[in-house]
Design a binder for this molecule. Structure first.
Ligand SMILES: Cc1cc2nc3c(=O)[nH]c(=O)nc-3n(C[C@H](O)[C@H](O)[C@H](O)COP(=O)(O)OP(=O)(O)OC[C@H]3O[C@@H](n4cnc5c(N)ncnc54)[C@H](O)[C@@H]3O)c2cc1C
Ligand SMILES: NC(=O)c1ccc[n+]([C@@H]2O[C@H](COP(=O)([O-])OP(=O)(O)OC[C@H]3O[C@@H](n4cnc5c(N)ncnc54)[C@H](OP(=O)(O)O)[C@@H]3O)[C@@H](O)[C@H]2O)c1
Length: 497
């Protein structure tokens, strides 16, 4: 049995100053054991992908499948003004949260009173920025991390190279003699760079021929901003996917444009979606047939006169700064569909001192990210021991057996997310003086009730908005009175509260 030799960690780099990077920095700063906690963020401020930008340029055309997670230049910033760049995100104009605000909250940091049950994108950004205020002095903004290298024979083993986001570096993408790259050395690296940056467009027969025959007729949900982008589509609008993006985009397009929207679903929806008679759910795509401008579905039926296809098929795991590690014999990213070599989807067991924050799917990233950061802070100080490398590997292999060697590997759907946080928190409570650090968020009885009922609650919320001319409910009681909302039954025996 071999153990992971993380060594004594004094300095830590946090890559990404979004909601989870900020949580990680705050958790680490509360621990006197660390001399240096430094965040790197390529955006100009905190808030991560919640920084909405409407370029008004319309959906960016997709030229074919997007399957390569390794190319460094696939995600590019837009230049707004001299030395001012925005990194586009998947946030769109009419986006509200799809989980109730109570369970999106960080430990002991509530949303302001009167915030709707499902806050707007701006309310979420304001909330995240307020939370990040104490972390901001420790973050280098407008700074793109371009490489992270592991040098086990050196005192500080993690070499982080970063580049300013400015005109000379073309927004942080190209090296420049005028603003040279800088390398700093750390004992550990926390990657909190998010995983909704690089669109995943799956291979579908005939797609490449279709896009060359009808340029601009295929796009990805990352570039959706408002249904008006599709008001003039000459023919049918087809949305591919059946998760959060596909469900909400179909609902928005159907209700705002009052036109039929075809949603191609290969599996059952697990997340909330508004309903509309304009939404026609159809099976998965068998192939594109550009000669007739039609799409054949897996049940043999054909959608003719297809004017636009919007892929809401998710994102690839994309860490171009880990290029060296990804070319090693133990890469973290291979095809971009899942991460490799991580214990609890968090700690690398091949590269001591490397960890990833908030990588699971279907979680509340703020809560999970915060719990992971507190847990890691104890590991890095040697207050908590990890299992042997063999046990950590076996744990990952077991997850592959249970959930698959696919994006589903990362699924941590309720109640698994609650159990996961509970397990990490229990480890933290076993360490001395844990109360003097950032105290993790515990799932209360009410939180679990909200978590279990989040899908039904959001659907009731949308119904309430339809009935009240757009009013946003701020409490469950409002929904209970107006649309007969009921909490889901919860089997309390499986929770240790
Ligand atoms: C459309 C959409 C809607 C969502 N809705 C909800 C919701 O309703 N509720 C909810 O809880 N969650 C929602 N999420 C999940 C969302 O990811 C989290 O709310 C939250 O943003 C996660 O924070 P993060 O810090 O992990 O990632 P991000 O917000 O993605 O932040 C990561 C940061 O890392 C920076 N970064 C990346 N690479 C580098 C680099 N090389 N160098 C320097 N900086 C870098 C990025 O610029 C970014 O600011 C949604 C996600 C999407 C895409
Ligand atoms: N607040 C909101 O309302 C809101 C709105 C949008 C997005 N979000 C968030 O954004 C994140 C990303 O969500 P997302 O919906 O963009 O991505 P996602 O959850 O990864 O969903 C991808 C969808 O594409 C389907 N798909 C993948 N490969 C396919 C293929 N080869 N052929 C056909 N279908 C395929 C998947 O089906 P399978 O499940 O069968 O693989 C799934 O339905 C999530 O955190 C989500 O909560 C939130």
């Amino acid at each position: 049995m071999s153990s992971l030799n993380i060594g004594l960690v004094k300095s830590i780099a946090v890559i990404g100053g979004g909601p989870c990077g900020a949580a990680a920095i705050k958790a680490l700063l509360k621990e006197p054991a660390f001399d240096c906690v430094r965040g790197f963020e390529r955006r100009a401020g905190s808030g991560g992908l919640w920084n909405y930008h409407d370029s008004r340029a319309g959906p960016e055309p997709v030229a074919g499948p997007s399957l390569d997670p390794h190319s460094p230049d696939l995600v590019k910033p837009h230049k707004l003004a001299p030395n001012q760049y925005v990194w586009p995100s998947a946030i769109y104009e009419l986006l509200d949260t799809n989980v109730p605000r109570q369970i999106m909250e960080y430990s002991g940091f509530p949303f302001p009173k009167g915030t709707p049950l499902f806050p707007t994108k701006q309310q979420v950004l304001d909330y995240f920025k307020e939370y990040a205020r104490d972390a901001e002095p420790h973050i280098r903004f407008n700074t793109n991390v371009v490489s992270v290298r592991y040098r086990p024979d050196e005192g500080k083993r993690w070499h982080v190279t970063h580049r300013p986001v400015c005109d000379e570096t073309e927004g942080g993408l190209k090296p420049s003699a005028a603003h040279p790259d800088e390398t700093e050395h750390f004992d550990a690296v926390l990657v909190a760079s998010g995983h909704y940056e690089l669109p995943y467009v799956p291979e579908k027969k005939g797609l490449a021929e279709w896009t060359s025959k009808y340029p601009g007729s295929v796009s990805h949900s990352k570039h959706f901003r408002h249904p008006r982008q599709f008001a003039d589509v000459p023919g049918k609008l087809l949305i591919v996917g059946n998760s959060a993006s596909a469900l909400d985009l179909a609902y928005q397009a159907a209700t705002v444009l009052q036109r039929d929207v075809y949603k191609s679903a290969r599996s059952q929806a697990m997340l909330p979606g508004g309903s509309s008679d304009y939404i026609k759910t159809v099976p998965d795509i068998e192939r594109f047939e550009p000669e007739t401008k039609s799409v054949r579905l897996t049940d043999g039926s054909v959608l003719d006169n297809v004017g636009h296809v919007l892929f809401a098929t998710g994102f690839l795991r994309h860490y171009p700064f880990l290029d060296e590690i990804n070319k090693s014999s133990t890469p973290v990213v291979t095809d971009g569909l899942r991460l490799h070599g991580l214990y609890k989807q968090c700690v690398s067991y091949n590269f001591p001192g490397l960890a990833f924050i908030a990588t699971p799917r279907y979680i509340l990233p703020t809560r999970v990210g915060e719990a992971q950061a507190i847990w890691l802070s104890k590991i890095f100080q040697g207050k908590l021991a990890l299992p042997s490398v063999e046990e950590m590997r076996a744990d990952e292999e077991n997850t592959v057996r249970l959930r698959g060697d696919s994006p589903k590997f990362h699924n941590l759907m309720y109640p698994d997310d609650v159990h996961y946080a509970h397990e990490l928190n229990q480890h933290v409570y076993s360490t001395p003086d844990w109360q003097s650090g950032l105290v993790p968020c515990e799932w209360s009885h009410e939180d679990i009730l909200y978590r279990a009922s989040a899908v039904k609650m959001k659907e009731a919320y949308l119904k309430y908005r339809e009935l009240t001319n757009g009013k946003r409910a701020t409490s469950v009681e409002e929904l209970q009175h107006a649309v007969d909302f009921r909490f889901e039954d919860v089997d309390w025996t499986e929770f240790k509260l």
